[in-house]
Design a protein around this ligand. Structure first.
Ligand SMILES: Cc1cc2nc3c(=O)[nH]c(=O)nc-3n(C[C@H](O)[C@H](O)[C@H](O)COP(=O)(O)O)c2cc1C
Length: 222
């Protein structure tokens, strides 16, 4: 099939977009409201967008509590959602009213952040502490729609990593078992068994390209 995705005439049971932009990392976003009540929600329109400096973004489909809190006080954290935290992550997505504490709702302990006020999820093996830089409102398909899509971009000003997952000076991502969001109600999980290594191709002085076939890292971070 090959279709006009603006008209979105795919003819399938559901829009396939999120089933093919997959797996998407999940930013498990925490914020605090004006009364200091913590808020927690997963966002899979989420990614790292730059590493020097470190920036992340997530997209709020309509003006949700996370966005409102961030626009008020300019801070958020993104905890890593993992196989071990999957139930709590899911519960924290419940559409509860503003002012509800999803940490309590999901029976998740908080841990204090070092550089921002919102806490992180204690059970998560890694978290990023972020300062809001900008919100970009994406143009809507229907200009009169009041829902809107808001891309929140934040600079990462602090990173927490559980040292149990640092081996020989490197982060063992597979051992953290991070979740990826796919389409429909589906998820993927990265494990040590599904993670693999590819060394980057090398362009030789004669212009020929060699594709290193080693299955272990050759030690050069290209
Ligand atoms: C895995 C997962 C990913 C989600 N990704 C998004 C997303 O990218 N954008 C969005 O607006 N909502 C997303 N949601 C729904 C929000 O988590 C949900 O609307 C939540 O109640 C928002 O909370 P808040 O109002 O406290 O910010 C996702 C839910 C789940 C379970």
């Amino acid at each position: 099939m090959h279709y006009d995705s603006v008209k979105n005439e795919h003819g399938l049971k559901h829009d396939p977009f999120k089933a093919i932009v997959a797996p998407r990392p999940i930013g498990w976003v925490s914020t605090v409201d004006e009364n200091g009540v913590p808020n927690l929600a997963p966002y899979s329109f989420f990614n790292a967008v730059s590493d020097r400096p470190h920036y992340v973004m997530f997209v709020s489909s309509s003006r949700k509590d996370s966005l409102r809190n961030i626009e008020k006080n300019g801070e958020f954290t993104c905890s890593l959602s993992t196989w071990d935290t999957r139930e709590g992550m899911n519960i924290s997505s419940a559409p509860v009213p503003p002012g509800a504490d999803e940490f309590s709702l999901a029976h998740l302990e908080t841990a204090p952040s070092k550089f921002v006020t919102p806490p992180r999820v204690k059970l998560s093996p890694a978290a990023m502490e972020c300062r809001h830089w900008k919100t970009v409102e994406l143009p809507d398909v229907q200009p009169d729609s009041d829902s809107g899509h808001f891309m929140v971009i934040g600079q990462v000003v602090g990173i927490y990593i559980d040292e149990a997952f640092i081996k020989d000076g490197m982060v063992d991502t597979g051992a953290m078992r991070p979740l990826g969001r796919m389409g429909y109600m589906d998820y993927a999980v990265v494990t040590p068994e599904t993670a693999f290594t590819l060394n980057r191709p090398v362009v030789d002085s004669d212009g020929s390209v060699s594709n290193p076939s080693a299955t272990e890292w050759d030690g050069t971070y290209r």
